[in-house]
Design a protein around this ligand. Structure first.
Ligand code: F6P
Length: 343
């Protein structure tokens, strides 16, 4: 069996450990695994590695962030010529199956290819943690770890200077990263895309917390709905998503807090720092198990599936279901978290 493996979309810690896990198990089945460069772009342009992946190439990957195969946000279904090239190149390289490591967009392409008759298996990757059918995606835990360290550091400055500091974090249209970073960092308010932004309630609470301790920390998701924001001219990526960092959520919220409370307020953002560096131990284990399970799917010819974690089990689910609906933060979880920033 000849297998092509690719990583698409934003990089995140866990991609390399997944590749390692996949190759290690694939070799048990005597499969040949070929690295496709830069996500779906590699299949559009016909760029694969010169040799199949070996133990030597992958054995040290467990601690490495990023992706050894490189990534892109190429969407071949946007352009019939690109799609034709993908299909032609799958045939040219003689791939029996494509393994796609990615989020909603990359796996959306894998799902469509499967419907078009090409065997695919997906592995859920995204720091946003917003894929359905899986309890977690790798990259999320590592990103939250970076943000919690950032909050701990910002607290020192906030306290020293009697300031409010707003930390803007990624996560797109799901608030998982902000919620977990805010809870674990001990934020005084957390803003999520799922919850309408209520400046009045937030500033009233910040005044109470500030009166007690002389500083405050707010964690805000980049996808928070800002009142009166005109996004009609916003820049879009290849999958049609608004580039959220352009919205300046942190700065906008910080200036509104300063205006309403009179407290000196600053904004900070962890940005792409959240996606770099070594994977957390949790992500290393999750990614390794998902990679191994994906190779088992190929062995069992269980295609059109995405491997997933449910509780403590690794299972295989329909890719189509995983990419159909965005998994957002349930209201009751946010309400529970509010206990921690209501006094
Ligand atoms: O989907 C992952 C993610 O990091 C989002 O949280 C963020 O909005 C986006 O990617 C940033 O993308 P880029 O790397 O293209 O700036």
């Amino acid at each position: 069996m000849k297998i092509g493996i690719l990583t698409g979309g934003g990089d995140c810690p866990g991609l390399n450990p997944t590749i390692r896990g996949f190759v290690m198990r694939a070799l048990d089945y005597n499969f040949e695994v070929w690295g496709i460069r830069e996500g779906w772009k590699g299949l559009v342009q016909g760029i694969v590695e010169e040799q199949p992946l070996t133990v030597g190439r992958v054995e040290e990957l467990v601690s490495q962030g990023g992706t050894m195969l490189r990534s892109s946000r190429t969407n071949p279904y946007k352009d019939p010529a690109q799609l034709a090239a993908v299909k032609q190149n799958i045939g040219k390289f003689g791939f029996d199956c494509i393994i796609a490591l990615g989020g909603e967009d990359t796996l959306g392409v894998a799902s469509k290819l499967w419907k078009d008759g090409f065997p695919t298996v997906g592995v859920p990757k995204t720091m946003d943690n917003d894929l359905s059918e899986t309890d977690y995606t790798f990259g999320f835990d590592s990103a939250v770890g970076v943000n919690v360290e950032a909050v701990d550091r910002l607290r020192d400055t906030a306290r020293s200077h009697s300031r409010v500091i707003v930390l803007e974090v990624m996560g797109r249209h799901a608030g998982w990263v902000a919620l977990y970073s805010g809870i674990a960092g001990g934020a005084d308010w957390i803003l999520l895309p799922e919850i309408p932004l209520d400046y009045e309630a937030m500033c009233a609470h910040l005044k109470v917390a500030y009166a007690r301790k002389g500083y405050c920390i707010v964690v805000a998701s980049e996808g928070v709905n800002l009142p009166n924001l005109d996004e009609s001219a916003a820049k879009l990526d290849a999958f049609g998503h608004v580039i959220l960092s352009d919205r300046n959520v942190g700065e906008t919220i910080a200036s509104e807090i300063e205006k309403r409370t009179g407290f000196e307020t600053r904004a900070a953002a962890t940005g792409h720092i959240q996606r770099g560096g070594p994977p957390s131990a949790f992500d290393r284990v999750l990614a390794s198990r998902l990679g191994i399970r994906a190779a088992q799917c190929v062995h069992e010819k269980d295609f059109g599936k995405m491997v997933a974690v449910r509780g403590t089990e690794i299972v295989a689910v329909e890719i189509e279901k995983a990419v159909g609906v965005l998994r957002t933060v349930p209201l009751d979880l946010y309400e529970t978290a509010k206990t921690l920033f209501s006094k």
